[in-house]
Design a protein around this ligand. Structure first.
Ligand SMILES: Nc1ncnc2c1ncn2[C@@H]1O[C@H](COP(=O)(O)OP(=O)(O)OP(=O)(O)O)[C@@H](O)[C@H]1O
Ligand SMILES: [Mg+2]
Length: 313
């Protein structure tokens, strides 16, 4: 059994391409597609695997696209536990307009899962022996999966042994926080949506993150702030780091790279402050890679020395 299990309920085969200029009606001739396995938890697993962690990716997969997904993960050497479903795994499509460099991301809803299918995902996680030290649940939920899926996962994993790490948004995030998780990684957009507050400055952001901790919803909140960097907040500590100044090729997968590296560092025994610094380097490293390519370990190591973690009052 793996030390770290990632859970991706709505994975995708990600196709990335470019075209001269995005216009309507005309046929848009595109460059040869670059294909990657995708979805939040799958990306986190890919990052963890590159860093040498003992990780396994659990996800539902169906149809030809599901087989493709399994093959793509196998090609990267990421150990997986695919749960076969009737529906077809979704494909996502991103196009860079070469005339202005803008990236357009088309995301499909994903197949509808039946109750026995998503229940099988839960029971597979619940019966792993020994239980993984970490379960990382990341991404949206596909049609058919109830909004309280992650909350059920949290309730199932409660007790000693497994720490649940969650990166999702909207009602599934709110429900899971009510059940309580070890670590949540909202982006600023997601935390604003959750709290309904504008969260304009550091103090407001720190207080909103801390409120999740004091109310027992998460022990650690890693709040990512896009181009402004990130914060990490616990009951008695708050850290902030500015984003590293790197040339941005694509922001796709920055949050997943951040989270994968954070988990890797924590599992290595780094303290929260040091692990947060490693995560910042990984978030920046992801920006160097075009399309859905993720961070490279050598870039993380190189950028790590430039990260400045400040303690907030
Ligand atoms: N434009 C940017 N410039 C510099 N650093 C960035 C930029 N975008 C992201 N990062 C880095 O990557 C980390 C994660 O990015 P972000 O906050 O966008 O999370 P995300 O999960 O990818 O966002 P979302 O889920 O809302 O799309 C940030 O904390 C930051 O360190
Ligand atoms: Mg995110």
């Amino acid at each position: 059994m793996p030390t770290i299990l990632t859970v991706t309920m709505n994975p995708a085969v990600d196709l990335a391409t470019t075209t001269e200029r995005l216009v309507d009606a005309h046929k848009l001739r595109c460059s040869a597609p670059v294909v990657h396995p995708g979805g939040g938890g799958i990306n986190v697993a890919r990052v963890l695997h590159r860093l040498g962690a003992d990780v396994q990716a659990l996800y539902p997969a169906g149809g030809c696209s599901g087989q493709r997904l399994v093959q793509l993960l196998a090609a990267e050497g990421v150990p997986d536990a695919a749960i076969t479903i009737d529906g077809d795994t979704r494909e996502s499509f991103s196009v860079v307009d070469r005339s202005d460099g803008k990236e357009y991301r088309f995301v499909l809803p994903g197949p509808t899962l039946s109750a026995p299918e998503w229940e099988r995902c839960l029971s597979t996680i619940g019966t792993m022996a020994p239980a993984p030290r970490w379960v990382v649940a990341s991404g949206s939920l596909p049609p058919g999966v109830p909004d309280d899926f992650y909350a059920r996962l949290a309730a199932m994993l409660r007790g000693p042994g497994t720490r649940l790490v969650l990166d999702t948004s909207g009602p599934p995030l709110a429900a899971a926080l009510q059940a309580g998780v070890y670590l949540a990684k909202p982006s600023l957009r997601e935390l604003r949506e959750l709290t309904g507050a504008p969260l304009q400055d550091d103090a407001q952001r720190r207080d909103a993150a801390r409120a999740l901790v004091t109310s027992g919803q998460a022990q650690v909140v890693a709040l990512s702030l896009g181009g402004e960097g990130a914060m990490l907040v616990t009951a008695d500590q708050a850290f902030k780091a500015a984003a590293l100044p790197v040339a941005v090729a694509s922001t796709v997968g920055a949050g997943d790279s951040f989270l994968g590296a954070l988990l890797w560092a924590l599992d290595q025994g780094q303290d929260l402050r040091a692990a947060f610094g490693t995560a910042m380097a990984a978030g920046a490293a992801a920006l160097l890679a075009t399309g859905t390519a993720l961070c490279k370990p050598e870039d993380i190591a190189r950028l790590r020395t430039g990260v400045d973690v400040q303690e907030l009052p």
